[in-house]
Structures are given as C-alpha cells and as structure tokens.
Design a binder for this molecule. Structure first.
Ligand SMILES: *Cc1c(COP(=O)(O)O)cnc(C)c1O
Length: 379
C-alpha cells in the first residue's frame, strides 16, 4: 500500500459492534473478565487500549515497521529507549540535538551512570573513534533541530550493524512522509508525535517504531512498567490528524521551499538553513534519504543583532511566536531562549547555534501571505 492510503487505513477497522468507520475513543481504564484471566486481550489501559492500539499499528505502518508504541510525549518515548540500558553503558549521539533530548541525557540518565558522547555526526566515520566495549546505543536526529543538519542514516547504520549497537533515529523533523529510518538500517524510530504526525498543535505525544520482535517486547514491557502512556482521547485526535499527513506534508514542503528561497533572496538576511539548497553541506544525502525537504527553515539577519532578531519575532502577524512545530499554522521560534535554552550557551555555540538564529515552522497557509508577513516583519 502507498503512503496516503496507509495514513488513512492502516491499523483502522470499522467498530465490530456498530460498524462505525471512525475508531471509537475507548475511554476506559479496565475491561471485564468472564473468569480470572479469561478476557478479550485487554486487562488494563496502561497495558493495552484499543484506540491506542489502532494508532500504534497505524504509525508502525507509516514507518514500514512491525511494532508501534505510543507514549505520553516524545520525551516519554526517548525515556523508554534509554531504559533499555544499564549503569556503565555508553551512548554516542550528535552535538546538535533537540534541547529536551540533551536535557534528559545529561540531567537524568547521566545520574544513573550512563555515559553520553556528544560528537559531530557530519563525518559518520568519526563515530568509530568513540565506540568502546560499553557502547550500546547510537542516537541521531536528522534533520537536526534547529540547524537542519543532515546525518547519513545508512552510513551510521553500517557502523552500528558492524559493532552490534542499536541505532535510534529521532525522525520528528522529517515525519514518516519524508524519511523512513528503518528502511535505511535503523533499529528504533522515535517521533515527537506532537509535531507533524498530530499536526494540529493540540496533542502532546511520542512514539517508537521497531521491527525486531524481541526489542518490541522489551519496549512494551518498559511502556507498561514505567507507565508513560498516552490516553484514548489523544490517540483518537492523532489518528484523525494522520489521515491528512501526506496532504499536509506536501504543502509544508512547498511552502518551506518558497519561504527558504524568499529569505535567501532578502537583502537583510545573512544565512538560511534549509536542506533543499544545493549549497547545503549535506544536500546530496538529504536528496538520497528524504523524499522532499520539509517545512522547517532557520535563518539569521545581517549584522547579527539580537535586538533586530527579537524585533522581527515581535512583528510577525501570520506566524505566531511559539515553541513547537509541525502544526498547520506557521510558527516562529527563538531557539536560544525557547526550545534550546536547556543547552548551555557554550555548548550551543560549539554546535553553531547562534543566539540570533530564528527558526520557522512553515505551516500550510497560503505562501503569499507568509511571505508578505515576513516582508513586513523583517522590514
Ligand atoms: C519536540 C521534540 C522532541 C520532544 O517531544 P515532546 O513531544 O515535546 O516530548 C524530541 N525531538 C524533537 C526533534 C522535537 O522537535
């Protein structure tokens, strides 16, 4: 089945009692048993819920994976992956990550004796220099937030396979519409479902997708044992949102391209980060592993004045100044004080993230209105 058909139909079946075409919101914590242990596959909603199951199967299908697991947030999903590890284990990861991912690594799991190596992932061969007998996991994000760096997933997977390590890919920025890391050799795909999958800025949720049955069982055990599950209402909203994922993503990509090109031609803009430019250092990899370049665009203004950047963010009218991304409405974010404030300034600057950088999540409004808005805000 092709992507759009899967988005609408995968995992979803008419309700067996009424024929309702939409998956019901099974708003229940427990399920009646005929006799102890004699039930219809459902005992308690932390473990299993029919609305959540439909969504998990749907997201798994979109990632060409066998098993999907949904969590209370993207970070809840990341937390579950790290709980596969034990004290003394080591993780190799990028130095250009979502701020909350950096925070859970350094402020939570480092305290439990897990060691993290933050490295530049542009040259995948440097990964091998950091592998020790304790290394268990390589965690990458591509495109990265907010610098839109592209990491060669198949290149990293060749290394993790050789050394028998898990490769987890945060696929939030691309969404399964643009990129499927399992097909490129990853073991675990992670999503902040909050973003493009949900798509309407009304749900916080996370997901993992894997192919390996045993790994799926271990993650399902953690999902149930640690309990960061998502509720049936939110599962329903995301099932509904995903039905238009392919249509939304098409427009996000079109508008992203139009905005990136507009900004690049603007005399007051000094630099634009968007993987669709041929001048992007990893454009060739982006072209090979992604179907299009997405709706995320970052930029800086000439003169590099924080005051100018802030003024521009205060002036936008169609764009809203807010955290998050991937919704139908366009947002603009100041990573240094918002999404990436949990990364120390020195670390941010080492990764090339300036305090004057503005990040846009280009929505699916009419591109002409978005460009008009940027024109009046930049001046
Ligand atoms: C938002 C985000 C997360 C965290 O997801 P939540 O749903 O906010 O917990 C992780 N990775 C990336 C790339 C994100 O943008």
């Amino acid at each position: 089945m092709k992507f759009g058909t899967k988005a609408i139909h995968a995992g979803v079946h008419p309700d067996p009692t009424t024929g309702a075409i939409m998956t019901p919101i099974y708003q229940t914590s427990t399920y009646v048993q005929a006799s102890p242990g004699k039930h219809k596959g459902y005992e308690y909603s932390r473990t299993q819920n029919p609305t959540r199951n439909a969504l998990q199967d749907n997201i798994a299908a979109l990632e060409n994976g066998k098993h999907g697991l949904c969590f209370a947030s993207g970070l809840g999903a990341t937390d579950a992956v790290l709980k596969l590890l034990k004290p003394g284990d080591e993780v190799i990861t990028g130095n250009d990550l979502y701020g909350g991912t950096y925070r859970i690594f350094t402020k939570i799991f480092q305290n439990f004796g897990i060691k993290f190596h933050f490295i530049g992932m542009d040259e995948v061969n440097t990964i091998e220099n950091h592998i020790t007998p304790q290394t268990k996991l390589v965690w990458i994000e591509t495109p990265t937030n907010p610098l839109l760096n592209i990491i060669d997933i198949a290149g990293v997977a060749a290394i993790t396979k050789k050394h028998k390590l898990w490769l987890a890919v945060d696929n939030t920025f691309a969404s399964p519409y643009l990129q499927n890391p399992l097909d490129l050799g990853a073991d675990i795909v992670m999503h902040s479902v909050t973003k493009y999958l949900a798509g309407h800025s009304d749900v916080v949720m996370g997901a993992l997708v894997v192919n390996d049955d045993e790994l799926a069982q271990r993650l399902a055990f953690i999902q149930n044992a640690s309990g960061a599950v998502t509720g049936p209402q939110d599962s329903f909203l995301v099932l509904r949102g995903i039905k238009t994922l392919h249509v939304r993503m098409q427009r996000h990509c079109e508008n992203g391209r139009a905005i990136a090109q507009y900004l690049a031609s603007h005399p007051k803009v000094s630099q634009v980060w968007w993987p669709g430019f041929e001048s992007h250092p990893n454009h060739a990899i982006a072209k090979a592993q992604m179907r299009d370049f997405g709706g995320m665009v970052s930029f800086t203004l000439k003169g590099d004045s924080l005051q100018d950047a802030i003024q521009m963010m205060e002036k936008v009218k169609v764009f809203s100044l807010a955290e998050s991304l991937g919704g139908v409405e366009s947002l603009c974010t100041h990573p240094a004080t918002m999404t990436h404030a949990s990364i120390p300034k020195a670390e941010r600057e080492k990764a090339g993230l300036k305090d004057t950088l503005v990040r846009l999540s280009v929505g699916i409004e009419d591109a002409e209105d978005l460009i008009e808005d940027l024109k009046q805000a930049i001046g």
